[in-house]
Design a protein around this ligand. Structure first.
Ligand code: GLC
Length: 736
C-alpha cells in the first residue's frame, strides 16, 4: 500500500479502532473459556469483547493453520480490514532450536549466527509469525541473573556484532520467508542490582551510553523494525514511561522510526514502581513517552480514549503510533497478503528439516567451550569403554528456557548422540536428580513432571550409577542447571552445582576413572570446587535440538572445540560483578606487591575469575608472536595496522579466535584495563603459521569524555593481540 493510502486509512479510523491497534493480548483473550495464563501483575482484566476484537496484534500464538484461520476470522469481523500482526518469542529457534544466545556468543561467529537466524525466520514465517521478540542484547555482567541465557554476553562490541547479525538473519529483505525483529530490552535490563530479577537498575549516564546502549543501537542501525521496553528503571524512571530514554535517545538520537512495544504488563507496572498513581496516569505517561503498543494490560484499552477526549492527550500522539504500526504491517506486505504464504505444507517442509538440524549441530559444536583438558583426556578413542552418567545424560531438555515453541522430544540427547556416533549402545545411569530444592519454583513446580524430573530414592540412584561406573574406564558425567531455574525469573544467589550432583561427581572421581564432565547450563556457574575433580570439562550451555550430536562430534574429535567465553566465569559468587573490562583503580593489585595489604584485593580469594572473557581451550595449542604495528603514531583520520603471527604448535587442526584489545592509558575519565576491539577466527593445520592483521581506526578509540562528548583523545594506547582477555603482552602507540 502506498504511504498516502496508509494516511487515508488512518484518517478513516475511529479513535477506538486506532487505540485497538495499540493493544496486544495473547490468544487466551481471543479464545473464550481458556485459562488466561498471565505473568507479572496483569490480573484478570476488565476488557470488553469489542476491545479484544479491535486489537491489532496477538502474542505467542503459532502455527500456520491456526493463524491463517485466526486472520480470516479477524478480517471478516473487521471494518477497517487492517490485518492482525502475529508476534512471538522466537529467541533462538522455532522448532529447530539453536544454542542459547550465550552459547551463540561463545561461537564468536556472527556470520554463522546470521545464517542460523535466517533458518529460524524461515521456520517461523512458515508457521505464520510476522514478528519475533528477538534479539535480546542486554549487556550482562552478573550470572546470578537468569536471563544472561538470552544475551550474547558481557562485551558491548561483541554484543553489537551479534545484534547486527541476528537482525539481518531474521529480517533479510522482509520477504515472506523473513520476519520483523524486535530488539530488547531497552534499556539496560541486564544490570539489576544483586542480579535479582526485575530489580532496580541504576548507573551513570556515562556507563549507560559507554557499555549498555551500544548493542541496541547496533540493532537499530541494522534496520531492526521494533524495540521492546524493559521492566526496569533507568535513572529512576521506568523505561516504559521514560521520555528521555524513548524520545530523546531512542527516537531522536538513534533515529529509530519503528514500533515501540512495552514488555509484558510493563506499562501497568509503573504503578507498582510508584511513578503513576493509577492506570490513567500510566497510560498518559506511556503515550507521551512514545510507547506504541501496550502488551498484555488494559491500560491503553481503557484510558487512552478518555485522556484524548478530555484533551489531556493529543490525538496526534496516537496517530503517530498507529501510523508506525500500519507502516510495519505494510512493510510486511500484510495488506496485499495477510497470510504471507504461511501454510501447513511450507511448515512441514521447512520445520526441523535436515539442513536446519545440520546447521544447529554445527553451531552447537562451535558454541561448546572446552574449559579443562588435563593430560589430553580428550578427544576420546572409540574403543574406550565409556558410561554416560548423570541427570543430563539422556535428557531432552537441552533446548533451554526460551525455546517455548520447541519440543524436547525432537532433541538428540547426549546419550543418543554418543550412541549414534559409536553405533553401539552405551551403559548409562541418571545417578541423581537435577534439583536439590524445588520449593521456590512456585507455579513452575508443576512443570517438573514434563521435564521428566521424577523424584526417586537418591541413595538408590547413586548406587545404581556407581555400579554402572565401575564397569567403565571413562565416565561421561552430564550435569548442570535445570531449565526451570534459568531464564526469566530464574535469578540465583548460589551458582554452584546442586549438592546431589556434586555427590555424584565425588563418587565418580573416587573411582579413579577418567572423568569427562559435561555441563549444561544457561549461565556461568561457579566451578571452582569442581575443576579439580574432572580430567576434562566441556561447557555446552543449553546446546539446542542437536546438542547430543554436537557433543559426540567434540568428544571423539570430529570437531575440535573452538568456543570462547563471551561472559566471565567467577571464582566465587562473592566476586560478582566480575568482568574483564573493569577499571584499574588507584590501588591496583599487582602480583609483585602481593604482600601489600592496602591494594584492591580480597583477603579470602583471588581477584581473577575462574575463567576469563574470551577463554576456551582446543585439542591443539597456539602460540602468538608479539604484536607488530605498522607505525607507533596514529594521525587522526589515518589507520595503523596491527599484526601478530599465530602458530598451531599442536597435533590437531584447530580454529583459534584471535582477539584484539586496546587500552587507553590515560583519558579525561578512567578507562578500562582493556577493551575488545576486534577478533578473527583462523583455522590452522598442525605446524601452520598465519599472520593476522587488524586495521586500528580512530573510531575504535572513541569514548564518552568528561564532557560526555563521544570522541578519541590524544595520548598513549596499549594494544594486545591474544587468545583471551587475560593477555598481557602488548605494544604501544600514540594518537596525535
Ligand atoms: C516477557 C519477557 C519478554 C518477552 C515478553 C513476551 O516477560 O520479558 O522478553 O518477549 O514477555 O512474552
Amino acid at each position: 500500500m502506498k504511504t498516502e493510502d496508509l494516511k487515508k486509512l488512518l484518517e478513516s479510523m475511529t479513535l477506538e479502532e486506532k487505540i485497538g491497534q495499540m493493544v496486544q493480548f495473547d490468544a487466551s483473550f481471543h479464545e473464550t473459556g481458556e485459562e488466561v495464563s498471565l505473568t507479572g501483575p496483569a490480573e484478570a482484566m476488565g476488557v470488553t469483547r469489542e476491545q479484544i476484537e479491535a486489537t491489532g496484534s496477538i502474542l505467542n500464538t503459532v502455527g500456520a493453520e491456526k493463524l491463517t484461520a485466526f486472520q480470516k476470522q479477524y478480517l471478516e469481523k473487521s471494518r477497517t480490514k487492517i490485518p492482525m500482526l502475529f508476534m512471538a518469542d522466537i529467541i533462538y529457534g522455532y522448532k529447530t532450536i539453536f544454542p542459547i544466545p550465550l552459547g551463540l556468543g561463545a561461537t564468536w561467529n556472527p556470520d554463522l549466527v546470521r545464517e542460523c537466524m535466517d533458518k529460524v525466520a524461515r521456520e517461523s514465517t512458515a508457521a505464520g509469525i510476522h514478528v519475533t521478540f528477538s534479539p535480546m542484547v542486554d549487556l550482562v555482567r552478573d550470572p546470578r541473573w537468569g536471563r544472561v541465557l538470552e544475551s550474547p554476553g558481557e562485551d558491548a562490541y561483541l554484543n553489537s556484532r551479534f545484534a547486527r547479525a541476528m537482525v539481518e538473519g531474521f529480517q533479510g529483505n522482509l520477504d515472506e520467508e523473513h520476519m520483523a525483529s524486535c530488539v530488547k530490552h531497552f534499556a539496560a535490563y541486564g544490570a539489576p542490582e544483586a542480579g535479582r530479577e526485575y530489580n532496580t537498575v541504576d548507573m551513570s549516564e556515562r556507563r549507560l551510553r559507554q557499555d549498555y546502549l551500544r548493542s541496541y543501537q547496533a540493532a537499530i542501525d541494522s534496520g531492526c523494525e521494533m524495540v521492546m521496553s524493559s521492566f526496569n528503571t533507568v535513572d529512576g524512571i521506568p523505561a516504559s514511561v521514560n521520555r528521555t530514554l524513548m524520545r530523546d535517545i531512542l527516537r531522536n538520537e538513534f533515529g529509530f522510526g519503528g514500533v515501540l512495544i512495552s514488555d509484558y504488563a510493563s506499562i501497568k507496572e509503573v504503578i507498582n514502581h510508584g511513578v503513576a498513581e493509577n492506570e490513567e496516569e500510566a497510560a498518559l505517561l506511556a503515550a507521551e513517552a512514545g510507547m506504541d503498543i501496550d502488551m498484555m494490560t488494559d491500560v491503553y484499552a481503557n484510558h487512552l480514549k478518555k485522556l484524548t477526549e478530555k484533551g489531556e492527550l493529543d490525538e496526534e500522539l496516537i496517530d503517530e503510533g498507529v501510523m508506525r504500526i500500519l507502516t510495519l504491517k505494510n512493510k510486511l506486505g500484510l495488506f496485499e497478503d495477510p497470510y504471507r504464504k504461511a501454510s501447513r505444507e511450507r511448515e512441514e517442509k521447512v520445520v526441523l528439516c535436515r539442513e536446519h538440524r545440520e546447521l544447529a549441530r554445527k553451531t552447537a559444536g562451535e558454541a561448546i567451550v572446552l574449559l579443562e583438558n588435563k593430560n589430553k583426556a580428550l578427544p576420546l578413542k572409540e574403543e574406550e569403554k565409556i558410561a554416560v552418567i548423570g541427570p543430563y545424560g539422556d535428557c531432552g531438555a537441552l533446548i533451554g528456557m526460551w525455546a517455548i515453541h520447541g519440543d524436547r522430544k525432537d532433541t538428540v540427547t547426549f546419550k543418543q548422540g554418543i550412541e549414534g556416533r559409536l553405533q553401539r549402545s552405551v551403559p548409562s545411569a541418571e545417578g541423581c536428580g537435577m534439583l536439590d530444592d524445588t520449593s521456590r519454583l512456585g507455579d513452575f513446580a508443576g512443570l517438573l513432571e514434563a521435564f521428566g524430573t521424577k523424584s526417586r530414592d537418591r541413595e538408590e540412584m547413586l548406587l545404581e550409577a556407581e555400579k554402572t561406573a565401575r564397569e567403565a574406564d571413562t565416565l561421561i558425567l552430564c550435569l548442570g542447571e535445570h531449565t526451570l531455574v534459568s531464564g526469566e525469573a530464574g535469578s540465583r544467589g548460589d551458582l554452584s552445582l546442586p549438592k546431589q550432583q556434586l555427590a555424584l561427581l565425588d563418587m565418580a572421581a573416587a573411582l579413579g576413572k577418567k572423568v569427562i564432565l559435561v555441563i549444561c547450563a544457561g549461565r556461568p556457574l561457579v566451578l571452582t570446587e569442581v575443576r579439580e575433580k574432572a580430567d576434562a570439562i566441556l561447557y555446552t550451555w543449553f546446546p539446542g535440538t542437536e546438542g547430543g550430536n554436537a557433543l559426540a562430534d567434540i568428544l571423539y574429535g570430529t570437531v575440535n572445540p573452538s568456543g570462547r567465553l563471551s561472559m566471565t566465569f567467577p571464582y566465587s559468587v562473592g566476586q560478582i560483578p566480575v568482568y574483564y573490562n573493569s577499571f584499574m583503580t588507584g590501588r591496583p593489585y599487582r602480583e609483585e606487591d602481593s604482600k601489600n595489604r592496602f591494594v584492591s584485593k580480597y583477603v579470602d580469594m583471588p581477584n581473577e575469575p575462574l575463567y576469563p572473557f574470551g577463554y576456551g581451550l582446543s585439542y591443539t595449542q597456539f602460540s602468538y608472536s608479539s604484536p607488530i604495528l605498522s607505525r607507533d603514531e596514529m594521525v587522526r583520520g589515518q589507520t595503523i595496522t596491527a599484526s601478530a603471527e599465530i602458530t598451531n604448535t599442536g597435533a590437531y587442526e584447530g580454529t583459534e579466535t584471535v582477539q584484539l584489545y586496546i587500552r587507553d592509558m590515560a583519558g579525561s575519565v578512567v578507562r578500562p584495563v582493556k577493551e575488545l576491539k576486534g577478533f578473527q577466527k583462523v583455522a590452522l593445520k598442525p605446524g601452520e603459521t598465519k599472520k593476522v592483521s587488524f586495521e586500528i581506526e580512530e573510531e575504535m578509540l572513541k569514548f564518552y569524555t568528561k564532557d560526555m562528548e563521544y570522541k578519541a583523545e590524544n595520548g598513549r594506547f596499549a594494544l594486545f593481540i591474544g587468545e583471551n582477555s587475560s593477555v598481557e603482552q602488548s605494544v604501544y602507540f600514540q594518537l596525535k
